[in-house]
Design a protein around this ligand. Structure first.
Ligand code: NAD
Length: 425
């Protein structure tokens, strides 16, 4: 397969917002996107910056800064997580909001894209301080969120408990319970069964399809997982139970490998007890760098952005790279992997299971009717498999990699909705 893309257009940049815009420009050229619609989609619809005053436990007064960005709402209410992190920036939130628009469109769920963030260090804050911060932030952004407008969810360092405070604050302001304002909630207040494992399960479903397409047997296929948190741990557990052999796993402190297969249950217990996968007796210690380049059939980056680069892409041995993490592969690395015939399942496809089950949660909340977990997993599988084949069809049509195929589907859908709605006023 050859590529028809002018890939030089996508510059690797430390500015993720420029990178996100550049990705859109690239796909706009590929699909011949109308220039007006392209200009429209290059910018967020709405950016709200808020100041958040908090009384800390010491009695001191502290100001925090936060944002909610809504990128596009042509296909429905905006959807996207809230990130609490010391390094959050407006540009990062704008990029993540744009990526949410494409992810929801590719999954074909009736949402646009949004993201929120607060500059703070939750690891250094007490539960009470976090609660005060969350409630005041929710109050400040309550003018633009709501079940019909914009539905937040968890992201880095935000938890089901934080979602519960968001739901409660919004509900208190309105005088009645409004569970549909946020997803990723605890089950007891309208959360969905299966949400915790949804990202990993969705990722496994698309890997299963890729294995079939490449005519590779699932039983015994060797998998390396970078990152052992929500996405990575559950991916290792589910894939191991499905017959894959997990040959390496890692977290921020390093990794562990065993070519005969790790005992994943034992590894999870070890991680739970010690806080890390390192030191697990059932394998040899390896570094995160070595994990990426280890002998395996499927590599699942499930930790950070920008880990597969022009420097290491030529040494990756996997036949499939499944991006459970957001943005793990740089554009230059994408080109190298594509030229080497390695199938990259892009993030907006491979990790869409989380937002898909968030959509199911919202639907259940609105209907006040909750589904069995088996039904949720079945519906998730249908959506993931369909997205995989739609992505593949577009990639073949344009003779490009799956990332550009996925973007072609997603941007095409958003462009169509934006055009058909027309320009107001
Ligand atoms: P998490 O915080 O639960 O887990 C992150 C894991 O990465 C931890 O095990 C941590 O130790 C590890 N890690 C941190 N630094 C590392 C490093 N330098 N090298 C190797 N491992 C390192 O986070 P998560 O929810 O699992 O998210 C991981 C990725 O998946 C992120 O990119 C996130 O945006 C993406 N994602 C998650 C979901 C979801 O539903 N959780 C949905 C979509 C995308």
């Amino acid at each position: 397969m050859t590529t028809t893309l002018d890939r030089s257009a996508v510059q690797s940049s430390n500015n993720v917002w420029q990178m996100a815009q550049s990705q859109l420009d690239d796909v706009a050229r590929l699909i011949g996107l109308n220039a007006d619609v392209h200009a429209y989609l290059r910018e967020p619809k709405r950016v709200l910056e808020v100041s958040i005053p908090v009384r800390m436990d010491t009695g001191a007064f502290q100001m925090f800064r936060g944002w909610r960005v809504q990128h596009n709402m042509s296909r429905g209410p905006a959807k996207g997580g809230i990130r609490f992190h010391p390094d959050v920036s407006l540009d990062e939130i704008k990029a993540l909001a744009m990526w949410m628009t494409w992810k929801c469109a590719l999954a074909n769920i009736p949402f646009g894209g949004a993201k929120g963030g607060v500059i703070c260090n939750p690891k250094a804050m007490s539960m009470q301080e976090l609660e005060h911060l969350t409630r005041r932030f929710t109050s400040e952004i309550s003018i633009i969120i709501g079940p019909e407008k914009d539905i937040p969810a968890p992201d880095v360092y935000t938890t089901p408990q934080i979602m519960a405070w968001i739901m409660d604050t919004f509900s208190m302001q309105h005088g009645y319970s409004i569970p549909g304002v946020v997803t990723g909630k605890p089950i007891s207040i309208g959360g969905s069964l299966g949400r915790d494992k949804a990202t990993a399960r969705g990722c496994m479903f698309v890997v299963d399809e890729a294995m079939r397409v490449l005519d590779l047997p699932i039983e015994g296929a060797r998998v390396a997982v970078q990152g052992f948190g929500n996405a990575g741990l559950h991916a290792a557990a589910l894939m191991s139970a499905a017959g894959y052999r997990i040959v390496a796993a890692s977290d921020s402190q390093g990794g562990v490998a065993n070519p005969n297969g790790l005992d994943v249950r034992g590894l999870i217990s070890h991680k739970t007890e010690t806080g890390s996968v390192t030191g697990f007796s059932g394998g040899e210690r390896i570094s995160n760098k070595e994990l990426l380049e280890c002998d395996c059939d499927v590599l699942v980056p499930a930790a950070l952005e920008k880990v597969i680069t022009a420097e290491n892409a030529a040494r990756i041995k996997a036949k499939i790279v499944a991006e459970a993490a957001n943005g793990p592969t740089l554009p230059e690395a994408d080109r190298i992997l594509f030229d080497r015939g390695i199938m990259v399942l892009p993030d907006i496809l491979a990790n869409a299971g989380g937002v898909t089950v968030s959509y199911f949660e919202w639907v259940q909340d609105l209907q006040e009717n909750f589904w069995e977990e088996s039904e949720i997993n079945e519906r998730l599988k249908k959506k993931m498999v369909r997205s995989f084949h739609e992505t593949r069809a577009e990639a073949e049509r344009y003779k490009v990699d799956l990332r550009h195929g996925a973007y072609a589907v997603a941007v095409g859908r958003v462009a169509e909705a934006t055009s058909v709605r027309g320009l107001y006023p």
